[in-house]
Write a protein that binds this ligand. Sequence first.
Ligand code: FAD
Length: 482
Amino acid sequence: MDNAQAKLIVAIRHRHGDKAVIDDADAVAPWLTDWRGRYQGKAAAILSPAATTEVAEMVGMARAAGVALVPQGGNTSMVGGATPPADGSALILSTRRLNRVRSVDPAANLAVAEAGVILADLHDAALSAGRRFPLSLGARGSATVGGLVSTNAGGTQVLRFGTMRALVAGIEAVLPDGSVHDGLSALKKDNRGYDLKELLIGAEGTLGIVTAATLRLVPAVAARAVAWCGVASPAAALTLLRRLEAQTDTVESFEIVPQVSLDLVLRHIPGTRAPLAQAHPWHVLIEAIATATDAEPPAALLERLLGPALAAGEVVDAVIAASEAQADAFWRLRDSISSAEKAHGPAVQHDISVPVDTMPRFMVEAAAACEARFHGTSASGFGHLGDGNVHFHVRAPAGVDADDWYAREAPRITPFVNDLVIAAGGSISAEHGIGQMKLDELERLSSPARLAALRAIKVAFDPDRLMNPGKLVALAPRAVAP
Ligand code: FAD
């Protein structure tokens, strides 16, 4: 820890009390590694403000001391976004104590939640007011509102409700100079020029610290049905999606799962079982909902729509969950894929998007190209087919040393996959962001115009380059006058 950090820690503890600083090494340690275990950071302390005013004061004090800050919510980033630099040059600013749901207004369909509110708790708060927050993902027990906003998170309901960008109606944030942007009003119309809210969404903590957000709610679910279908190919899956979309707007989730991912879940996640009797090359999980009690029950709707799809051969076999417990069990299979693959062994993972209609061909051709090029690997994508977004994993050959294989092969595999993505008109980050993991590839594959604009925005907000350095935008640290 350098002198400036040491003095800052003392000053913050003096001003905001013991709870505002965690500097016990054992308590800090779990927050220095990313969820995937790829990045190991170093930080002398975690700052833990309990109110927006405290965030503003801490950011102002850190700026005056020239100390960099890494905003951290649930630390579930898939791209090392919340992991501090390895050289110990930054402190973590955790939002864990900013954890109040300030209001839920069912009439206006809005909730105001602080940055550290965990997604599952937000779901519960909305539900207790007869509403729901229509964004969910596998990390809902840890991911926070601030992290979700700052990564423009997606998840399993984007098909119907869009990403966080579509669900954030207002933002409160502390900017890098310590000033507070109070933009929580949910204005339908606001044409005061550049939209700070939109700039802060997806900024990955590089433009300031989100302290609270006004979030859009929708009516609670009156009934839902979850179906699990076996299909022959991603193309058949997309044909099925188009069939459903043509006849109903109640399908919220449409997730594709290859047999290989299902096998890994069944092997590594206790208590899981296959929904269908036979193996199929691909599977689709579909959730349809009704918000009105007098609407056609979603199970009846899915049965009515899947019947012709089975007859047409688009679906080979299907089962509709007979109970809420079974519906949850189907979802558990889908939500456990990342954990199962992590337990299985190393994989080079890509969170990518291409135009929806291009995705089936991309999934098949890119997997074949990877397996041909990188001997012994197996490649496949799973996830949000209806959004044109899959998590495309290239798994290591059996028996290799995990760390050695990853260090050697990831730098070859990722550019290969990303080149295929760009050739297909896609994006190398569909929902996880850039963090530190994709920084080089963003630089390599972005136009000069895009890179220049990103840098200009970053430097305009954060001229001292102290806000989450080394993430999203590649910039040299500012030279400090001797
Ligand atoms: P963190 O990991 O703590 O931080 C993420 C980024 O946001 C970092 O750059 C951090 O500096 C910044 N940040 C955090 N809080 C703030 C704040 N208050 N102000 C400013 N910056 C901040 N993501 C998806 O989009 N869709 C999925 O389907 C999905 N599934 C996942 C499944 C699993 C099992 C896991 C582990 C992750 C998944 N993710 C998914 C990724 C992750 O959950 C999201 O990126 C989530 O939004 C991160 O929230 P967090 O609170 O953990 O943020």
